[in-house]
Design a protein around this ligand. Structure first.
Ligand code: GLA
Length: 369
């Protein structure tokens, strides 16, 4: 049994393909060069989890799960409970958590934490669990203990990513294709609105349910039994349009269009056609803002501010929405100049500091002994 482990669990960005994962569609994410680092060792007494944000918790793995008032503690307790469902007698452990990933920013700090915790507990307790097992457990934690009905994009990426590469993933079949990213003179700039989103308290779960409703109506009207909304065609959606509210129609329209954009983006990136890909990023943002309605004024402001600069090929909000980051495809020679303007303007408009991350596609979760 190993008794000292360091796990590096990265965050993720998503080039395009937003809110398609829980609809069985395509996503195009990468892991990034910021991570949650977890340092584990076996404890002879109780378990201690300490974070570099000053939070800490103490518990005994033998105790039954009780929901904590502190949101983040439920991630830890949820993981322990789920791992206990595989092997009842877990050892107590100490875990020091240090993170360079800002939380609540749409770059998956919570999935990085959960995947890292599951991996660490499995190693400490000699449990063999492959990546798909870790994804299942991690999803259970989100659904059952946190109350967010999220998809699998984040966990899948964290576990399977490769350096300088994006993953074109079909979230229904889990078939994937690695796409080499050659961004030439361009780089991926993430601008963090610092508007904290707590997905559980937002409309995220509502969107999941709205997509289910759209799927049911389409299936009924066109006589199909699709399992996922992304299997339907735009023609089928238009046949069902009269039977659904305009909101539900708009949600479904966004998902089907975003799915097509994602497949097209993968092709464009394979051909290094960054200009056309940038245009799809803007289209994705328009859809997220107007049809899917998961943007916010700060995100819209940041995307609008890029449109007049020819050195920025594309920009859009990224992740679940309602705050978090925008992703920008920007010429490296222009980044400094742009940041100087945008940081100032953002502060002036919203009285908030803008977070800046130059994201590099990195490999996924690593065990560093
Ligand atoms: C969050 C969820 C993901 C995905 C994105 C939106 O990050 O965790 O599963 O649904 O939102 O694309």
């Amino acid at each position: 049994m190993s008794d000292k482990i360091h796990i590096k669990s990265p965050g993720r960005l998503n080039l395009i393909g937003e809110h398609t994962d829980y609809n069985g569609g395509y996503v195009l994410p990468c892991s990034i060069n910021l991570s949650v680092d977890l340092y584990f060792e076996i404890s002879k007494n109780k378990s201690n989890v300490i974070t570099d944000l000053g939070y800490s918790m103490k518990f005994d793995v033998k105790e039954n799960y009780i929901k904590s008032e502190n949101h983040w503690e439920n991630y830890v307790l949820g993981v322990v409970q789920e791992v206990k469902n595989i092997k009842h007698d877990l050892v107590n452990f100490n875990c020091d958590i240090k993170s360079t990933l800002p939380s609540g920013s749409g770059i998956s700090s919570s999935s990085a934490l959960v995947c890292g915790l599951i991996k660490g507990l499995c190693i400490l307790n000699d449990i063999e669990l492959d990546n798909s097992g870790i994804i299942d457990l991690s999803r259970n934690v989100e659904h059952k203990y946190i109350g967010v009905l999220g998809g699998i994009m984040d966990q899948f990426t964290i576990l399977n990513a490769k350096k300088n590469t994006a993953i074109l993933l079909n979230c229904s079949s889990l078939k994937l294709k690695y796409i080499d990213l050659d961004l030439k003179d361009y780089e991926l700039l993430l601008l963090n609105t610092n508007v904290k989103h707590n997905l559980a308290n937002t409309q995220y779960n509502n969107r999941v349910l709205e997509c289910k409703q759209a799927l049911e109506i389409i299936n009924k009207i066109v006589g199909k039994s699709y399992l996922n909304l992304s299997e339907a065609s735009l023609t089928e959606l238009s046949l069902a349009k009269g039977k659904m509210s305009i909101e539900i129609y708009n949600r479904a329209l966004f998902v089907l269009e975003e799915n097509e954009r994602t497949l097209k983006s993968a092709e464009l990136l394979e051909r290094n056609d960054l200009i056309q890909f940038g245009k799809l990023m803007y289209q994705s943002h328009n859809g997220l803002k107007n049809n899917y309605e998961v943007s916010c004024k700060e995100l819209d402001y940041l995307v609008e501010a890029t449109r007049k600069h020819k050195d920025i090929l594309g920009a859009r909000m990224m992740g679940g929405g309602f705050g978090g980051c925008t992703i920008n495809l920007i010429n490296k020679n222009f980044t400094k100049k742009f940041l100087k303007i945008i940081i100032q303007q953002y502060k002036l408009n919203f009285k908030l500091d803008l977070g800046v991350i130059i994201a590099k596609p990195e490999e996924g979760l690593k065990i560093i002994k």
